[in-house]
Design a protein around this ligand. Sequence first.
Ligand code: TYD
Ligand code: MG
Length: 453
Amino acid sequence: MPKSRSQYVCSECGTKTAQWVGKCPGCKEWNSLKKEAIASISKRSHRHQTIDSSVSPRPLADVQVDNVSRLITGEEELDRVLGGGIVPGSLILLGGEPGIGKSTLMLQVAFLASESGSRVLYVSGEESPEQVRMRAQRIGAVPRELMILPETRVPLILNALDNTEYSLLIVDSVQTLDHPDIDGVPGSVSQIRESVASITSHAKSRNLPVFLVGHITKEGSIAGPKVLEHMVDVVLQFEGDRNHAYRMLRAAKNRFGTTAELGIYEMMGDGLRCVDNPSDVLLSEAGEPTSGSAISVSLEGIRPILVEVQALVSTAVYGTPQRSGTAFDLRRLNMLLAVLEKRCGFKLASFDVFLNLAGGMKIVDPANDLAVVAAILSSSLDLPLDRDTCFAGEVGLSGEIRPVPRLDARMSEASRLGMKKILVSGHGKTPKAPQGLKVVAVKRVSEVHSLIF
Ligand code: TYD
Ligand code: MG
């Protein structure tokens, strides 16, 4: 009997080596090579076709584009993030941490699509039909058009697609798929790659759109090979803090639309609900103004959002002061503290600094810097800021306040939510402010103090 051969495959980039090495020669990642058996026959042979003489290049300008009718799921935020519904035959990967609500979102999409008459197949490899049914009951009355298949073996899934015509396929999750031709446990690099390839070619030939649910590793990438992200048309990320109800859905890649759109959901007792006015939920209930809180006009993708930054500066109990930030980059916080110390002579070295963005949503926008600085100043001086003052500016290393993009959109959102004053960079051009909003230009971080108190 021939000895079975094995190879090592990088889980990040798919590079193969004959021997194990610590560092992948392809992507230079450490410890990413996993052992796999080499399949005895070429699995790719079936994909080669005989040479067809009619295949020849043609001018791109002659290619006709008929307006493809997208499948509108009815799940508004999702449709918007996708760029206006699902393109027929597209492959959409939905990634997110366990428990964030991926299965719930998919089930809601399945509900809405089947209510509007589409036949949906929900392949559940993780949960039993009873478990899915129990979840479905919380969401609403289960439509008859929604079919469930508790299966992980790829050929059986493909067989189900052959027997009945479906308008939408949902696979929950890719990590459970099991391809019999490939050695290795489900979830391994080659299993995922080949299973997804089989489903893709099957679905593309039928113009069937597919949602693939994928898990996210601790480091934040979708578990499995990076190549998976290249194989699909759209990569959606579902993120948020599990201790909070808000979830953000964004496209990390989209072949059919922009990646700048953002969808915001709230997890309720009966499933996920779209949040139309995110600023309302991200500003904590206005009561008595308290020190340490400042409102930032952030931008998420193309959407301006008002978010409350809360800082707490208190005397350090231990020798080394603590710096911690939920939903805020710690290095950026340290940088801002260093700027405050060096450029304003503000001594914070013996204080603990905690920073929090209300709602627990991770909004990464350098324009938050100015609000962070204001919140830190406010907390350490114990002076509250006006509830109708907001901030949008980036802080540079030399203490200059730098302009931020799309200031006009930020200003209109601020004005819409009743803000009276906005602090922006004094460098660069300032667009005309909407009525009732006073614009205060700041050039240096050392000026902020005199302008807000
Ligand atoms: P789930 O969709 O299973 O997450 P994932 O598939 O990403 O692992 O559900 C996540 C959590 O949401 C679960 O712990 C329970 C909660 N949940 C609600 O709060 N309300 C609901 O209506 C449902 C269905 C779930
Ligand atoms: Mg799930």
